[in-house]
Design a protein around this ligand. Structure first.
Ligand SMILES: [Zn+2]
Length: 256
């Protein structure tokens, strides 16, 4: 089984002491690529550093809605510098989070729009973080019209999923799909496998049976198993198709 963890944060402090073991376990569990996603300038830089160190790691760079208040006139220049690195393959995670509102909503919206415009200009993939803000994100997206988008750690409704798919976006599921929330299960049932990506969002959102612990890439198999059950297909099919999707989306691979 070959898998890609399309979204995690191994650059965070919590992995400082045992990253080698985490990497070994990821490889042993069939993960062939990991994308570490930035949430501010510092974590983006650290994701780039990891991508230099480990052949199978890649990086996304961007300012998370929680950190939107840190955004300043140098930020886009910093992100632009990171884009010169060969293994930086997306802008993210960017978006809106009206659940926690750690930055004021109007600041979030400005920072999101500017980075979305920047990503479009650079013709690079976008990783979206959306929490309690799907309607507003879709309004902004309809204005900016980015093409290469993944809705990371999907938490929306069936209609939100359908709307994203109609726009040609990928929908990414994380460990919280194992928590068996009816709404999320309904959404996953609605998303065709060909529009699906998988991720851990480690260290966050550990799947059952690791809920309450620190999440790691090797736990991705529980998400694969749950999606196979929901879609009523084999685990191998979920692995194979989502890996192909990730290769197509992030690396532009052509599949026959
Ligand atoms: Zn994340």
């Amino acid at each position: 089984m070959v898998l890609i963890d399309t979204h995690c944060h191994l650059q965070m402090k919590t992995f400082k002491d045992d990253i080698e073991r985490v990497v070994d376990d990821a490889i042993a569990s069939g993960i062939e690529a990991i994308i570490n996603v930035g949430f501010d300038v510092k974590s983006s830089e650290k994701a780039v550093e990891l991508s230099r160190k480990y052949p199978f790691m890649f990086a996304a760079v961007g300012i998370h809605p929680h950190d939107a208040k840190m955004y300043n006139s140098n930020t886009l220049a910093d992100l632009n510098d990171f884009l010169n690195e060969e293994k930086v393959i997306a802008i993210g995670e960017i978006g809106l989070d009206f659940y926690r509102n750690l930055s004021p909503p109007e600041v979030q919206e400005r920072v999101f729009s500017e980075q979305l415009f920047f990503a479009k200009e650079k013709d690079i993939q976008v990783i979206l973080h959306i929490r309690d803000a799907y309607t507003r994100v879709f309004e902004i997206i309809e204005k900016e019209k980015p093409k290469k988008v993944v809705l990371h750690c999907f938490s929306g409704s069936v209609d939100d999923a359908k709307r994203g798919i109609a726009m040609g976006f990928y929908i990414s599921f994380a460990g919280n799909i194992t928590y068996s929330q009816g709404r999320l299960t309904d959404a996953a049932r609605e998303v065709p496998l060909t529009s699906m990506l998988i991720e851990t969002d480690a260290p966050f959102l550990p799947p059952i049976p690791y809920r309450g612990k620190r999440n790691e890439p090797c736990f991705i198999k529980y998400t694969v198993e749950k999606l196979a059950e929901i879609k009523d297909v084999s685990v191998e099919d979920v692995a194979h198709i989502t890996t192909n999707n990730a290769q197509t989306f992030f690396w532009g691979a052509i599949h026959g």
